[in-house]
Design a protein around this ligand. Structure first.
Ligand SMILES: NC(=O)c1ccc[n+]([C@@H]2O[C@H](COP(=O)([O-])OP(=O)(O)OC[C@H]3O[C@@H](n4cnc5c(N)ncnc54)[C@H](O)[C@@H]3O)[C@@H](O)[C@H]2O)c1
Length: 251
């Protein structure tokens, strides 16, 4: 096993990609602190972690609220005595053309995806600095580097996460902390599949992907385990695209 007795904090662990990563870490021998604003989802993830013989703790946190992040970091530090891995997955997708985007939508998107990721990285990063080691994995998107209509606020938040990742890699490298990001393409989770798009349009989009299918959350877990394990000890500041080839070429 690649993560035996490591402790991971996974935000957004109550659903989709965050849940798949939490379960993959437990399967590799880690204990997991599952952070989500949806406590029911987080509890379900913890139940599955416990079922494979590892320890799990669910912490309800709205990462758009700085005070809740401060409280979460304290509880996460106490949960299992140390934190080796932080995976920032929690995020929201908002859809509106730029000229129709309200200030409320813009702020909600940036405050959750970008500011939330920053504050979790800062809080847990301070613990890792004291420990002298840590692995941080952020979640950006192919929409952080490739524009699509009606995704302006989301794209800005995900583009910000790329430079946040690289800046953190540069600043925290001397402290023994590696910071990388995964950039998923189109992954079948509630976030994507409940979008207001017909089944026919969804199928057409999937057929246009070079690997001819959308990803499953489990398609990201190999990379997430790799970036959390000793196998990636000389990798920092990397943005790993996992998109079935969506951004490899143009039509
Ligand atoms: N699904 C995709 O195709 C795709 C593609 C690229 C990037 N991503 C990114 O992956 C991440 C996970 O998305 P997913 O597809 O698993 O979606 P999801 O909706 O299944 O999961 C998101 C989780 O984040 C939690 N969350 C949302 N806002 C929160 C907040 N303020 N505080 C705490 N928790 C909060 C939700 O409760 C949920 O459990 C997101 O950052 C998303 O932008 C997803």
């Amino acid at each position: 096993m690649k993560l035996t007795d490591k402790v991971a904090v996974v935000t957004g662990g109550g659903s989709g990609i965050g849940r798949a990563i939490s379960l993959a870490y437990a399967a590799e021998g880690a204990d997991v602190v599952v952070v989500d604003q949806n406590l029911e989802g987080a509890d379900e993830t913890v139940a599955r972690i416990v079922a494979v013989g590892r320890r799990g703790v669910a912490i309800r946190t709205d990462i758009s609220d700085p005070a809740q992040i401060t409280a979460m970091v304290e509880r996460a530090a106490d949960a299992f005595g140390h934190v080796d891995i932080l995976v920032n997955v929690a995020g929201i997708m908002t859809a509106a053309a730029l000229l129709d985007t309200s200030l409320e939508q813009w702020d909600r998107t940036l405050n959750t995806n970008l500011r939330g990721t920053f504050l979790c990285l800062q809080g847990i990063g301070r613990i890792m600095k004291e420990q002298g080691h840590g692995k941080i994995i952020n979640t950006t998107s192919i929409l952080g580097t490739h524009a699509r209509p009606k995704r302006g606020a989301y794209a800005a938040s995900k583009a910000g996460i790329i430079l946040l990742t690289q800046t953190a890699a540069v600043e925290l490298g001397p402290d023994g902390i590696q910071v990388n990001a995964i950039a998923p393409g189109s992954i079948e989770t509630p976030m994507v599949m409940t979008a207001a798009v017909s089944a026919e349009a969804q199928a057409k989009k999937a057929a246009a992907i070079p690997l001819r299918r959308r990803g499953e959350p489990e398609d990201l877990t190999g990379a997430a385990v790799f970036l959390a394990s000793a196998d990636s000890d000389y990798i920092t500041g990397a943005i790993l695209t996992i998109d079935g080839g969506m951004t490899a070429g143009i039509e």
